[in-house]
Design a protein around this ligand. Structure first.
Ligand SMILES: Nc1ncnc2c1ncn2[C@@H]1O[C@H](COP(=O)(O)OP(=O)(O)OP(=O)(O)O)[C@@H](O)[C@H]1O
Length: 225
């Protein structure tokens, strides 16, 4: 028995032996941001589940990531908010920004134009957030050409690939049949490009959602070499 004055608690010593880490410390552990803070470029065919996966990431790691909000000339889908889902702009203002060199990348897709304003990357990086870009194949090629450091993730559908995409796009209920057909045609190009060696740092097959999510999280949070 220790002399009473040397003990920090009046509780029996055995209580400390069974709980080496006091519970209050476990609850207060600070979230650890990714070691690699380069922007993360997520691409993959329409309907594969890119949005579903990164929204999960944002929910499970709040305040760590920021989605780069793209400009688009397409109209908002039900529930989409200007400045949150996209900056919805007219074809004329889109073209002006192209002329000013204001886009990191921009492309035409499904009859509409999409682009990542350079200002989005800068604004989020200044706030200490890891920027996530959701862009299609032409955009990926352009970002690669700029030489801006980034990490590239491709989300792939499980086989049969086009059938899976069609089911998911119809299931989402946001696209008319013509739009689904255009997206599936483009999906073939995306999948073809993804097979080019060295283009992506990781290819994740989004079959079971939680399994795919875990692979994405592991990739994003892996220690730098
Ligand atoms: N692992 C999965 N299994 C089954 N359904 C999924 C899975 N992941 C996503 N989905 C569903 O597939 C549909 C398309 O997903 P989502 O909108 O995330 O795709 P996307 O790749 O972001 O598409 P887009 O490029 O058109 O925005 C959604 O209805 C979503 O709930």
């Amino acid at each position: 028995m220790l002399p009473r004055l040397l003990r920090t608690s009046t509780r029996p010593l055995a209580r400390f032996a069974v709980s080496p880490v006091p519970v209050r410390h476990i609850h207060k552990m600070a979230p650890v941001p990714p070691a690699d803070t380069r922007p993360i470029v997520i691409s993959g065919p329409s309907g594969v589940g890119k949005g579903t996966l990164y929204k999960l990431l944002f929910t499970r790691h709040p305040d760590m990531f920021a989605l780069s909000v793209s400009c688009t000339t397409r109209g908002p889908r039900p529930g989409e908010q200007n400045g949150v889902d996209y900056h919805f702009v007219t074809p004329e203002s889109f073209e002006s920004l192209v002329q000013e060199g204001g886009f990191l990348e921009h492309a035409q897709f499904g009859g509409n134009r999409y682009g990542t304003p350079k200002s989005e990357i800068q604004r989020n990086a200044e706030q200490g957030k890891v920027v996530v870009l959701d862009i299609e194949m032409e955009g990926v090629k352009q970002v690669k050409n700029t030489g801006v450091p980034a990490r590239y993730v491709f989300i792939s559908p499980p086989a049969p690939e086009l059938e899976t995409l069609e089911k998911r796009l119809s299931g989402r209920g946001t696209e008319k049949p013509e739009s689904i057909a255009k997206r599936l045609a483009q999906a073939k190009n995306e999948l073809e490009y993804s097979r080019t060696p060295g283009v992506h740092d990781v290819i994740i097959v989004n079959d079971d959602l939680e399994t795919a999510y875990k692979q994405l999280e592991d990739f994003i949070f892996k220690p730098t070499a």
